[in-house]
Design a binder for this molecule. Structure first.
Ligand code: CP3
Length: 361
């Protein structure tokens, strides 16, 4: 039992920490309210940690880093040694899927990811899902290595990008502010776009099943660019492909909780939850707490949603925001997290203060 966790005489006997179904994040994802919420942080393995920067320097490039199980497992475990987190998240990247489907992928320092662009039917048809399991086999080895080293209440989260978010990088050939090329492509050539979504859904489902079979206890689908879409495009690009993945993962016999993260989807979140079949939904910082408590949490457990800028700022403003989030979601399933990833310039002390406050009040 962790310091500060409250127990009462009437509680059932102490759970065996080795029984994975009793880990606190899994309870939260089953909708159980807890005295203090479990916590993990998006991008918890990353450049704000000096030991990450040191490890990263030893890899020739970011893709080899992700595909070298020994290094990726080490990166996954680093934040767990410093902070009392409830979960480890596999160290990998959402853009490994397009790479495994045949796109060239490079990470250029200071500029971010570059991919060979997919802009027409011929480039969609040139992609393949046949090579996904072979190319991404090292990731399953990372999962297995991490799983072996996790102790106690800490669960392992596997993840993939959602087809729409991944496609925005593929169509644009790099990151973009407003996903312009992808939106135009989806309207101009809906058939090729639909084919791309179908291929990405199949590859992503296969990849998530591999991770679960290797030991991932939770899966998360990152749709980081789900904002700003029309109702029609939200349906075709976000809801249908995500529902497709959930169906395929379940059809493969995988029953671990799946967290969906439709970042920026706002009022479409309840529809996303109902129509995709995700177990739980991650909320970005723009989602109002009272609205989410009334309209989202009754449908599914929630994760979130501290502003990553508040984590960067720290101090009393951060403390007050943490307390408000914990209180708002205390009546149901809640996993504490940020609304988006921790940034490289965030002081480590602020992260320590966050984890401590969420766990112990
Ligand atoms: O700790 C974790 O959260 C697990 C690892 C993880 C990474 N990327 C490692 C990473 C996860 C879950 C991701 C997801 C990811 N990758 C998303 C979705 C989540 C989000 O933040 O919206 C997206 C959009 C990507 C694509 C991506 N990867 C970009 C745009 C970049 C470059 C931007 C940058 O910060 O340089 C990456 C690189 C990347 N992925 C880094 C890390 C730690 C930084 C690369 C480095 O260390 O040099």
């Amino acid at each position: 039992m962790h310091v500060g966790e409250r127990r009462f005489m009437s509680d059932p006997p102490m759970p065996d920490p080795l029984i994975s179904s009793d880990k606190s994040i899994l309870k939260a994802l089953r909708g159980e309210a807890q005295a203090r919420p479990p916590i993990w942080v998006m991008r918890q393995a990353g450049r704000y940690l000096p030991e990450y920067r040191e490890l990263r320097q030893r890899a020739p490039d970011f893709v080899s880093f992700c595909l070298t199980p020994e290094m990726a497992a080490e990166a996954t475990l680093q934040p767990l040694r410093r902070f009392e987190l409830s979960a480890a998240i596999l160290f990998a990247d959402i853009l490994l899927i397009p790479m495994a489907m045949g796109c060239d992928l490079r990470f250029v320092k200071g500029e971010g990811p570059k991919l060979s662009p997919v802009r027409d039917r011929a480039s969609v048809d040139a992609l393949t899902t046949d090579t996904v399991s072979r190319t991404l086999a090292p990731v399953t080895e990372t999962v297995a290595r991490v799983k072996e080293q996790l102790e106690g209440d800490v669960a392992l989260i596997g993840f993939a990008g959602a087809p729409w978010t991944v496609a925005t990088y593929m169509i644009e050939g790099e990151g973009s502010r407003d996903q312009w090329a992808a939106r135009v492509f989806a309207y101009e050539d809906p058939e090729s776009f639909g084919r791309l979504m179908t291929m990405l859904s199949a590859a992503t489902a296969e990849y998530l099943v591999m991770q679960a079979e290797a030991g991932a206890e939770v899966l998360k689908i990152f749709d980081s660019w789900a904002s700003g879409l029309t109702e029609d495009l939200f349906q075709r690009a976000v809801i249908e492909p995500t529902a497709d993945i959930v169906r395929q993962v379940r059809a493969a016999g995988v029953d671990v909780p799946i967290i969906g993260f439709p970042r920026g989807a706002g009022p479409a979140i309840p529809r996303y939850v109902r129509e995709t079949g995700v177990t739980a939904v991650a909320l970005d910082q723009s989602v109002p707490l009272n609205w989410a408590r009334e309209n989202v949490q009754p449908l599914a457990p929630v994760q979130g949603n501290l502003d990553n800028a508040l984590l960067r700022a720290g101090g009393p403003a951060m403390d007050a925001a943490i307390d408000a989030i914990v209180e708002a979601f205390a009546g149901g399933g809640h996993v504490f997290n940020l609304g988006h990833g921790i940034t490289p310039e965030t002081p480590i002390e602020n992260m320590a203060r966050l984890v401590n406050r969420v766990r112990h009040g």
